[in-house]
Design a protein around this ligand. Structure first.
Ligand code: IPD
Ligand code: CA
Ligand code: CA
Length: 280
């Protein structure tokens, strides 16, 4: 029955809830650590590792025949497994580190190369986003649909901006500039898994980012497609989980947004169309 959780989803939810208990406790500590000289960075990276360990233990117990791809521990588990877990134990680490209550746990199940189930759990807001292939997408027990907005001028678009040590190529600022001029608003909330879940929920109308890893996007991509949305690479390629960029949107806005992003590719710093520096 649509809306009732399968055994597979329940396994994922149990693992996420276990990790959430330790993360929520640690998140409470972060505030105190903000004021200490050392800062909370080391503390947060061990919170991250502990959460992943809790997830791995729980998932391995329930499905010993699965392999895994996890942000902290990499690839492992059963050799030659047909199925594997793809896990980000804490998506939105920078928010967590700064005491900003917007982060999530992302778990996907992949079989023969296709994502068959995914959850994105936000324990602070008590929102469990989940989807199973062919069964639809849900938040808690409510069915999700992507938004029905058809025109960019009323659209709210999420993105992920490059940060220290990461660049998205010279044209990201040009892209942002062109998108900002056409839409109602652009948001950078700092958890790609939640960005995708919010597209599935119709809160955002679209999302684009470069350089994500499979653990950031695997569960979220299934949420969007099961909610009736569209996901591709920015340039149109159909490998958004393992490729180097992602564009997710409702069915109407994917194409016009891609057109805008494409226009920007000749307009980055250093491109021939960029304004020339005025000297003297
Ligand atoms: C990050 C978040 C962020 C995105 C980064 C990711 P992390 O994951 O999803 O929104 O912009 O590219 O690396 O490091 O917090 O797990
Ligand atoms: Ca992440
Ligand atoms: Ca992470």
């Amino acid at each position: 029955m649509a809306g009732s959780r399968s055994a597979l989803i329940n396994v994922m939810v149990r693992a996420a809830e276990k990790a959430a208990r330790t993360l929520v406790r640690d998140f409470g500590e972060v505030e105190q650590l903000q004021v200490s000289k050392k800062g909370p960075a080391d503390f947060v990276s061990s919170a991250d590792l502990a959460a992943e360990k809790a997830i791995r233990t729980e998932l391995a117990k329930a499905r010993p025949d699965f392999g895994w791809l996890m942000e902290e521990s990499g690839k492992g588990g059963a050799a030659n497994a047909r199925s594997r877990w793809i896990v980000d134990p804490l998506d939105g680490t920078t928010n967590f580190l700064h005491g900003v209550p917007h982060w999530s746990i992302s778990i996907a199940a992949e079989t023969d190369g296709a994502i068959v189930a995914g959850i994105v759990y936000d324990p602070i807001k008590n929102e469990l986003f989940w989807a199973e292939r062919g069964q639809g997408a849900f938040v808690n027990s409510k069915r999700l649909r992507v938004s029905g907005r058809r025109s960019l001028d009323v659209a709210l678009i999420a993105t992920g901006m490059p940060y220290k040590g990461r660049t998205s190529g010279p044209h990201y600022l040009a892209e942002l500039d062109l998108v900002m001029a056409e839409v109602a608003g652009v948001r950078r909330f700092g958890s790609a898994a939640l960005d995708l879940a919010y597209v599935a929920a119709g809160r955002y109308d679209a999302f684009w980012e470069y350089g994500l890893s499979p653990w950031d996007s695997a569960a979220g991509v299934l949420l969007v497609t099961e909610a009736g949305g569209f996901v591709s690479e920015v340039g149109g390629g159909n490998n958004p989980i393992y490729g180097s960029s992602i564009l997710a949107a409702n069915g109407d806005l994917g194409r016009p947004l891609r057109e805008i992003l494409r226009k920007a590719s000749g307009k980055g710093p250093g491109a021939s169309t960029a304004p020339k520096a005025v000297s003297g």
